[in-house]
Design a protein around this ligand. Structure first.
Ligand code: NAP
Length: 280
């Protein structure tokens, strides 16, 4: 029986088992997907167990996403660009690592809002952490020409933009602070919250999405609550909004396909189940 996993520390909050078990059941596959709490000191031993055949692969979450890179024998170009791995699998006797957050972000917008990625557009991204990095790599691939990165800690945005401008040999990424949001918003085609603002209904006083033009798309990757205060303000102003749970669902697709050989679908039924938090 094929066994897959999600590792993290802690891990009990992860929605990945619910998600992958839904697909295993939907497609009547015999594999398993389990949550394993792995302390940092045990990461090498766990990856050795994968290499010796205990698992076919799995997901990696906090705090192992960066540390596991050094234990992979092959890394995808995306994992290298993002600097973190969230999906592992064995192939030809080697441990492979990829990062599917970029794919999940892009696929969610593709599904919810086709043609969202018009060329020559301007994006504002809030946050400069791991998720922001994956999204920024996705936006440059989709042809965004100007991308402002607004972060509470200015130096972190500066470092991230400098690094990405070097990697992509471009000047597209511009760092600034959250205080600049209202000044920049009237020129934005896409606004992405990739920071923790919004969790538990928090709001940033400097960020007023109603300053965006009427055609702008506002998306949030925070999904607790599903409609964050940012999305609620934007919706009330008549702007197109896209919530963050779709990214979570779509980022799981490539891993499931690698482990179990079938590309699963992201459906409304799955979305409802994850939002309910029901475990079968
Ligand atoms: P991270 O690496 O820890 O980065 C957190 C970011 O949020 C940083 O830019 C940080 O700014 C900012 N931040 C935190 N608290 C803030 C506050 N009170 N005010 C303003 N900015 C604040 O985390 P991450 O992995 O990038 O994740 C960011 C969020 O996205 C989390 O809420 C996570 O749950 C969510 N997420 C969702 C998905 C999905 O599939 N939908 C996927 C990944 C992550 P500083 O640099 O100033 O600290």
């Amino acid at each position: 029986m094929e066994r897959a996993f999600v590792i993290g520390h802690p891990i009990s909050h992860s929605k990945s088992p619910l998600l992958h078990r839904h697909w295993l059941q939907e497609y009547n596959l015999g594999g398993t997907y389990e949550a394993v709490d792995v302390e940092p000191a045990d990461l090498v031993a766990f990856t050795n167990a994968i290499k010796s055949g205990a698992f076919i692969g799995g997901n990696v979450t906090i705090p192992h996403k960066e540390a596991v890179m050094a234990l992979c024998e092959k890394l995808s170009a995306t994992a290298t660009q993002i600097g973190a791995v969230n999906t592992l699998w064995m192939q030809n006797g080697q441990l492979h690592g990829d990062n599917t957050d970029k794919y999940g972000f892009l696929a969610n917008l593709d599904q919810q809002c086709p043609k969202w990625d018009a060329q020559n557009s301007v994006a504002i991204v809030l946050g400069a952490g791991g998720a922001a990095r994956a999204i920024l790599v996705g936006l440059i691939e989709r042809g965004y020409q100007t991308i402002y990165v607004l972060n509470r800690t200015a130096e972190r945005a500066q470092r991230l933009c400098a690094e990405l401008n070097t990697v992509f040999q471009t000047k597209i990424f511009s760092p600034t602070t959250l205080q600049d949001f209202n000044k920049l918003a009237p020129n934005a085609d896409l606004i992405v919250n990739a920071s923790s603002i919004g969790m538990n209904n928090t709001k940033c006083e400097h960020v007023d999405p109603t300053r965006a033009p009427k055609h702008a798309i506002i998306t949030d990757i925070v999904y607790t609550p599903l409609e964050t205060p940012l999305l609620a303000d934007a919706r009330r102003a008549g702007l197109r909004t896209i919530d963050g749970v779709g990214m979570l669902l779509h980022q799981a697709v490539p891993g499931f396909e690698r482990w179990f050989g079938l590309r699963p679908r992201v459906t409304q039924q799955l979305r409802d189940k994850i939002l309910d938090g029901r475990h079968d």
